[in-house]
Design a protein around this ligand. Structure first.
Ligand SMILES: *Cc1c(COP(=O)(O)O)cnc(C)c1O
Length: 374
């Protein structure tokens, strides 16, 4: 059977190999010079003073929640349609994830719904700049100020994206990035938190390293974690960062090609990019179906699969997760209608670094043939 067109792939350049080899040659695979270098260079890239590496986006989110002192029964408002690492990181602190619906046309957090869900227990807002688009941050910042809430920006899908000229991750208290294999830049597994607040940066770097004592190393100053990224991973991350512009260029090519080829197919909808996202970066190419498409999403992705095209379904939102619904009876009341709709109708198409225009055209032809044949 022919090889499938994958939803993502990894492209490594010379720098990654050179730096990784240096780690091997010097035996500095655990600790070493690339960790600080990656932290400094990446935080600068997203316009933040400090960067603290972690082992994944999930551990970075948990580190952010812990650094901001989220505690048992604190409520955190989160965009419902997201990777569950968002809700779980809040859970790890004993705090409660409160799902907020998305806008249908952009799939981003509907900021109009935020204020309605604020209670005395609300402590923070976790915004997710989903799929490379920025959340409308001005109203979020205003609400956070009014109610004295902390802001965590989950930027796992939006490295380098800007909101009205400001880099995502630099507007709230803490920004969180992932360098998992399918993200815009990757070191296999990895993450980072960024901030402009020195106190938070110091606290995060203590917590991530088991909170070893200052005077007596083994008298720990807090209940810490081991979320240390290895030097070998940081070396690869640094190499990827040096090539980020060419990666972003490729992502734009893929976005424009799909958009051009799909825009006239009846029943296929593409999330719109609002003007406040001043540096849009497509992480993966999403579509959703409306009632004009002749068959269901699940039937369409089966046809694509048979033709060697991999796809991924849209997120199952926080309010629909069984483990959370069992725990929080109140979730029945949190009806995120748009996120629920996208869960059933949305999916993304192959968006790897190595996909060719020819492959994209082939995928779009399968979709348009399906739309017209049935
Ligand atoms: C990938 C992702 C995460 C989790 O990152 P990992 O590195 O896989 O732990 C969190 N949030 C969002 C929005 C993501 O896309």
């Amino acid at each position: 059977m022919k090889k499938k067109i994958p939803v993502f792939d990894i492209k490594l350049n010379k720098s990654e190999k050179k730096y990784a080899l240096e780690c091997l040659k010097t035996s500095q695979i655990g600790q070493g010079r690339f960790i600080k270098k990656f932290e400094n260079k990446f935080s600068k890239y997203v316009n933040c003073k400090y960067g603290v590496t972690t082992t994944s986006g999930t551990t970075a989110l948990h580190l952010a929640c812990s650094t901001l002192n989220l505690k048992k029964n604190d409520e955190v408002l989160i965009s419902s349609s997201t990777n569950m690492a968002c809700a779980f990181s809040v859970e790890y602190c004993g705090a409660i994830p409160v799902p907020i619906d998305i806008e249908m046309n952009t799939w981003q957090l509907n900021v109009k719904d935020l204020e309605k869900k604020i209670t005395k227990k609300t402590k923070a807002i976790m915004v997710v700049h989903l799929f490379g688009q920025a959340v409308d941050m001005d109203p979020v910042l205003k609400i956070a100020k009014k109610y004295k809430l902390k802001i965590i920006e989950d930027c796992a899908e939006s490295h380098g994206v800007e909101y009205k000229g400001r880099k995502v991750g630099s507007m709230g208290d803490i920004g969180v990035f992932s360098f998992f294999s399918n993200k815009t830049i990757t070191c296999g597994e990895g993450g980072m938190i960024v901030t402009n607040n020195k106190k938070l940066a110091v606290r995060a770097s203590i917590l991530k390293n088991l909170a070893y004592g200052k005077k007596n190393r083994f008298m720990h100053s807090d209940i810490g974690f081991n979320y240390r990224l290895s030097n070998l991973s940081a070396a690869i991350g640094l190499g990827q960062l040096e090539n980020i512009n060419s990666k972003l260029k490729e992502k734009k090519r893929i976005y424009l090609r799909y958009k051009k080829k799909l825009k006239n197919i009846s029943g296929i909808k593409i999330p719109i990019i609002k003007k406040h996202t001043t540096n849009f970066i497509m992480w993966v190419f999403n579509v959703y179906l409306d009632k004009n498409f002749p068959i269901s999403r699940d039937k369409l992705i089966k046809i694509l699969d048979k033709n060697g095209v991999e796809t991924r379904n849209a997120f199952v939102p926080i309010n629909k997760q069984k483990v959370l619904r069992q725990k929080y009876k109140i979730y029945k009341k949190y009806n995120c209608v748009n996120a629920n709709y996208i869960m059933k109708k949305g999916f993304y198409l192959p968006s790897g670094n190595n996909i060719t225009n020819k492959q994209i055209d082939k995928i779009c032809k399968i979709i348009s043939d399906t739309a017209s044949k049935i």
